[in-house]
Write a protein that binds this ligand. Structure first.
Ligand code: SME
Length: 160
């Protein structure tokens, strides 16, 4: 395994393009779920200027905090609650430009301003986790983030 990721580019699309094969290689080369999720969080978080990057895993009909990078966070989120629980319920990626304008947003950090949550599915198509990314700036996330984060998390299927 490479010791360092090489991520570069003039804009975030180029950065994602250089990160994508390396992130997928990190995941494919590991069979332990926690190990792979932890390294993927580190790879994503260190490649961008984000506030918080992490996974919540579906356990006992709620989302429970998994591997993450950033400040300490809420440990449990009910189905349909907050951005994470809403993305789980909808089974679709949610991009929130202003978290204060999202009804029911759960503020784990008062510094969070925008957020993206990507549902992660197992081989049966069930949502078994979500990837949550927070930014301290408004409108940090868009369709480019959704596309690449969905492509990267699709590589997790064999672990879930
Ligand atoms: N803001 C999320 C909660 C998780 S923290 O951002 C890490 C939400 O509304 O679901």
């Amino acid at each position: 395994m490479a010791e360092h990721l090489i991520v570069h580019g003039a804009d975030k699309q180029e950065r994602y393009q250089t990160l994508l094969p390396q992130a997928l290689a990190l995941i494919e080369s590991e069979t332990d779920q926690i190990a792979a999720l932890a390294n993927l969080c580190a790879a994503l978080h260190s490649s961008f200027d984000w506030l918080w990057t992490g996974f919540y895993l579906v356990k006992d009909k709620q989302l429970v905090l998994g591997p993450f990078q950033g400040p300490i966070a809420c440990t449990r989120i009910p189905f349909g609650k907050g951005v994470c629980g809403s993305a789980w319920q909808a089974g679709a990626t949610l991009v929130v430009e202003d978290v204060d304008a999202f009804p029911g947003h759960i503020a784990c950090s008062s510094s969070a301003r925008s957020e993206i949550v990507v549902p992660v599915r197992n081989a049966d198509g069930e949502v078994v986790a979500v990837l949550d990314v927070d930014s301290s700036e408004l409108a940090s996330f868009d369709a480019v983030d959704a596309e690449y984060l969905e492509r990267i998390t699709a590589g997790l299927t064999h672990l879930l």
